[in-house]
Design a binder for this molecule. Structure first.
Ligand SMILES: Cc1cc2nc3c(=O)[nH]c(=O)nc-3n(C[C@H](O)[C@H](O)[C@H](O)COP(=O)(O)O)c2cc1C
Length: 168
């Protein structure tokens, strides 16, 4: 185990990769425009009140729509939903209409709810923070549908081979 300063970035990346975090698909809507992408930068950051943070790359189509949106939906995918993860993680709304290629229905405020999701929640955007190449979006979850208790979730090691639609 290295503890040199020069190894800090590599160590951090290796530790995070080894944690094998779950990945989600976020969707959003501003006016008539919908967007969504695969995200790994997420965390619950408070219990009371319930708060959830999502990191959105500034290069993503989703970032532009989310900047004008009032809400985000966060979808948990089962481990058998690699095709859906590939659609949202390797294609960009700058070039394709992802929502013409998957099953969804409008949820609260018209935001897309993905029919293949194992579970999802939606929340109002409370704050946005510029943390570098990503903007952290703070949500107050207030709606959604719970996944089955025995859900097997899609995790980082299952999607790390995907080529992102945009470089971070
Ligand atoms: C494993 C993996 C994790 C990703 N995590 C994030 C993330 O946390 N935040 C983000 O904004 N993009 C993330 N991406 C990249 C976007 O999902 C990808 O660039 C997508 O094509 C952007 O779509 P859009 O331009 O329609 O928004 C990730 C991609 C992969 C493959």
């Amino acid at each position: 185990m290295s503890d040199s300063i020069g190894a800090a970035d590599t160590s951090c990346e290796a530790v995070i990769a080894a944690a094998d975090f779950p990945v989600f698909v976020v969707t959003t809507r501003a006016g008539a425009e919908t967007s969504g992408c695969l995200v790994g930068f997420t965390a619950q950051v408070s219990i009371y009140p319930l708060r959830f943070l999502v990191g959105l790359s500034k290069r993503n189509h989703t970032h532009g729509v989310a900047a004008r949106a009032e809400r985000l939906n966060v979808h948990l995918l089962g481990s058998d939903r690699l095709a859906l993860a590939t659609l949202f993680g390797s294609e960009t709304g700058d070039e394709v209409d992802k929502f013409a290629r998957c099953a969804w229905h409008p949820g609260p405020d018209g935001l897309p709810v993905l029919d293949e999701a194992a579970g999802w929640f939606g929340g109002a955007i409370l704050e946005r923070h510029d943390f570098g190449d990503h903007t952290a979006v703070l949500l107050a979850p207030d709606t959604g549908a719970a996944p089955p208790a025995d859900v097997s979730t899609l995790r980082f090691h299952m999607v790390e081979h995907l080529e992102p639609g945009h470089d971070a």
